[in-house]
Ligand binder design. Structure first.
Ligand code: PLP
Length: 418
């Protein structure tokens, strides 16, 4: 069958491939602790009850026709209030764009800003920027980060790549690492962007910053979420934010996301999305608008949700640290935000009981699925080299009990490696 070059060269999601392998084993009756998917088991992490009731109420009130292309006004107003209150970000409701989750917003930002062949700088590991570069025919420029800086980029990492770039894509708290920008690192990167833009002529496209903060409400302890425009107001004309309900309200299937930024860019993103039609359903938008203004309900939900996620992440972190203290070649970065733990399993070059050499992080992952009945995602699925022996563990789809029960299995699987 003849299809487009874009369709022919499209790569599937690595995470979904691992997920399929896990599901196949589950179908055969194996009990696997699935730490692969960035999603939630709704029986463990349901959406907020007032949001659920609100959605049902809106359907009863027949809110079932087309929503406006930029989202219902009440939701854009609620978002504008929320970001002012939480992050001191001052955006009018017409600078907010609502879509069916955050993905269409990211894609429309790429399409609105990036011409084919334009350079887009993103850091690895990171989520899906390689695919958005492909879809927009951008020249993707991955910049590798390191465990020493919690897999967050520094200005030094990024600086050599910004000349001539159209967009820099950043995310904090970061999928896959669950780590976050320090104030200083983000300030330094903002300064680089401002410097680069000062050096460009009036008729040149500026360097834009796509800032994905979809996990911003999921931060633990004293870790504080920083964002570019609060730190450096001068960067506002170049910054597009990505945000939404999917992760912070465990609402991945509700499909309500939003972005905000300068009106001239947001209006182009809206025009692109109007043709694609990737709107959030109207009833969900209306219910989200109301829920965001119910401050007590929202805070009560967030406190209990965060504490449950953090308990799971901490249990996994402690388990890995205990193995490390016992001499196993594993490590983990203390959880900071999102639903992810960054885990190192430093066993490349070892041989399995079946005599197979573990050559890559993927080999380690499939060995652990088989032997320890636990599935992680190697950072190579987020753009790093196969030799990077760090993995993402996502705790949203597993119970605390399952995580704790898995740790001895991990220990015995590692003991079998020679
Ligand atoms: C960093 C980041 N941004 C955006 C998304 C997409 O969110 P949504 O489900 O709202 O499209 C994800 C999903 O995993 C993500 O991790």
């Amino acid at each position: 069958m003849m299809v487009s070059q874009l369709a022919k060269t499209l790569k599937g999601s690595e995470i979904i491939k691992i997920g399929n392998e896990v599901n196949e084993l589950k179908r055969r009756g194996e009990k696997i602790v699935n730490l692969t998917i960035g999603d939630f088991d709704p029986s463990i992490y349901p959406i907020p009850t007032p949001l659920k009731d609100g959605i049902i109420e809106q359907y009863r009130a027949n809110q079932t026709n087309y929503p406006p292309a930029d989202g219902v006004a009440v939701l854009r107003e609620s978002v504008s209030e929320l970001i002012l209150e939480r992050y001191q970000l001052d955006y009018f409701s017409n600078q907010v764009l609502v879509a069916g989750g955050s993905r269409p917003l990211i894609y429309s930002a790429y399409l609105a800003l990036v011409d084919p062949g334009d350079k887009v700088v993103y850091t690895t590991p990171s989520w899906n920027n390689n695919h958005y570069c492909h879809l927009s025919s951008a020249h993707g420029m991955p910049v590798q980060t390191s465990a020493e800086n919690n897999f967050m980029p520094t200005a030094l990492d990024i600086k050599p790549h910004l000349k001539g770039a159209t967009m820099l894509a950043l995310c904090s708290p970061l999928n896959p690492s669950g780590t976050m920008f320090s104030k200083k690192d983000l300030e330094d990167i903002c300064d680089l962007i401002l410097e680069e833009n000062e050096s460009r002529g009036a008729h040149e496209k500026p360097l834009y910053l796509l800032y994905d903060q979809i996990y911003a409400l999921l931060t633990f302890g004293t870790n504080k979420h920083y964002n570019p425009v609060t730190l450096r107001p001068e960067i506002k004309p170049y910054t597009i934010y990505i945000d939404g309900t999917s992760k912070c309200f465990a609402a991945t299937g509700v499909r309500v996301g939003w972005g905000f930024g300068p009106d001239n860019i947001i209006s182009k993103m809206r025009a692109i999305l109007a043709h694609i039609g990737a709107w959030a359903p109207k009833a969900e938008q209306m219910a989200t608008a109301k829920f965001l203004t119910q401050k007590d309900d929202l805070n009560t939900y967030l406190n209990s949700f965060k504490s449950k996620i953090q308990t799971s992440l901490d249990a996994l972190y402690q388990g890995i640290q205990e193995l490390k203290s016992a001499g196993f070649k594993v490590d983990a970065i203390s959880p900071m935000g999102a639903i992810y733990l960054t885990v190192q399993v430093d066993y490349i070059g070892k041989t399995t009981p079946d005599g197979d050499l573990l050559k890559t992080s993927s080999d380690i992952n499939f060995y652990l699925i088989k032997e320890a009945k636990v599935a992680l995602v190697p950072f190579s699925a987020f753009g790093t080299d196969e030799s990077v022996n760090w993995f993402r563990a996502s705790v949203g789809a597993c119970s605390l009990e399952d995580i704790v029960a898995m740790l001895p299995r991990l220990k015995s699987a590692l003991l079998k490696l020679k």
